[in-house]
Ligand binder design. Structure first.
Ligand SMILES: C[S@@+](CC[C@H](N)C(=O)[O-])C[C@H]1O[C@@H](n2cnc3c(N)ncnc32)[C@H](O)[C@@H]1O
Length: 340
């Protein structure tokens, strides 16, 4: 296996070994090699400075019986304090890796990015995710390692989805939701995918092949353009109309359909009345909301109270999709409309 390595003549090998051990740079999963009177020590990552003795190279090594490296943090030389500060997890979207780093780690960003490039199979570029902003929920991203931009094809539920993480919202953490909703759409049903982004719900429902029509709406023209690119890759022409519009102008003149999806988690609740009015009798409404972990029932009650004809609705499912912040979760609510 290929690895960074420190190489020194045999006479100085023990001194260097002790230094590397102290700096936590020695790789336990690869065997130290002896070649042409020199000792080759495999390293967890490129050292931030040239060692006082020896030289730094990249080379092939035999594996030891030690367990393999299990975290990208094993591939970079970190003090214990730095290691504790770094997040364990990161997102992978196709060949893009996104990680949220504390600002205090900015001088280590390159080494961390390169560690992620080595650790994640197929990774092309690593971005420092500086958060999601504005009504279009686009990421601000700083490239810290690798090459190219943040456009890629992402594969999810057997589908290819065109994404551009700097220009339109996309989360790889919703794949299960896209599949769950698509599996419930019945033959001949009409669907609204409101705030569709690059259209993962629409694409998954279209690929399932049972919906008679899907109208996908988003205020961000770049999201709708990306959806068009993905739709063109589907084997059969799907019954999808993708519209650039704001909910405020789309909803008042929208007809009623069997299934409506709203994924605007921070402020979507304010559209409950006009969204609810588009659900036909016997239809289903899927609402995604960020809710305080201690008040999920309160969030459900506020959402239900905002729907038109409050007595007509029954919440038939509610589940946590993923944690959103230390205190809040992204929660999926499914309401059934009994009459209208
Ligand atoms: C959290 S993203 C959801 C994207 C998509 N449904 C998904 O699952 O990946 C929210 C989307 O709502 C769109 N949006 C925000 N405010 C809107 C509005 N008033 N009318 C229509 N779309 C809006 C944003 O452009 C963004 O694409």
């Amino acid at each position: 296996m290929r690895s960074w390595a420190a190489v020194v003549d045999t006479a100085h090998a023990e001194v260097l070994r002790r230094q590397l051990k102290e700096l936590r740079l020695l790789r336990p999963d690869l065997r130290v090699a002896r070649r042409d009177g020199e000792v080759w020590f495999p390293l967890t990552g490129p050292p931030s400075a040239q060692p006082e003795i020896g030289r730094i190279v990249e080379a092939e090594f035999e594996p030891t019986d030690a367990p393999p490296l299990t975290s990208y943090r094993d591939h970079v030389d970190l003090t214990p304090a730095e290691r504790a500060t770094l997040p364990r997890s990161f997102d992978v979207v196709g060949d893009i890796v996104l990680i949220r780093l504390p600002e205090t780690m900015s001088d280590r960003a390159l080494a961390i990015g390169e560690a992620l490039l080595r650790f994640v199979p197929g990774a092309r570029v690593v971005g420092w995710d500086k958060g999601v902003h504005g009504p279009e929920r686009t990421h601000t991203i700083e490239r810290i390692a690798g090459e190219g931009d943040f456009r890629t094809w992402y594969r999810e539920n057997g589908l290819a989805i065109r994404v551009d993480l700097e220009r339109a919202y996309f989360s790889p953490r919703l794949a299960r939701e896209h599949a769950l909703v698509a599996a419930e759409v019945g033959a001949g049903e009409a669907v609204y995918d409101l705030c569709c982004g690059v259209g993962p719900f629409t694409l998954t429902i279209a690929a399932a092949g049972r919906a008679a029509s899907i109208v996908a709406v988003d205020a961000n023209p770049q999201a709708i353009e990306l959806l068009g690119t993905s739709l063109a890759r589907l084997p059969r022409r799907p019954p999808v109309t993708a519209i650039v519009d704001r909910l405020e102008s789309f909803l008042p003149s929208a007809g009623r359909v069997q299934r409506v999806i709203v994924n605007l988690p921070l402020e979507g609740i304010k559209y409950a009345a006009s969204v609810g009015a588009t659900v036909a009798a016997g239809g289903v409404l899927y609402y995604y909301i960020v809710a305080d972990r201690t008040d999920v029932t309160g969030a459900q009650e506020r959402l239900a109270a905002g729907l038109p004809d409050p007595g007509a609705w029954k919440c038939v499912d509610r589940h946590v999709v993923h944690p959103y912040s230390p205190r809040a979760d992204l929660v999926a609510f499914r309401f059934h409309r009994g009459d209208a």
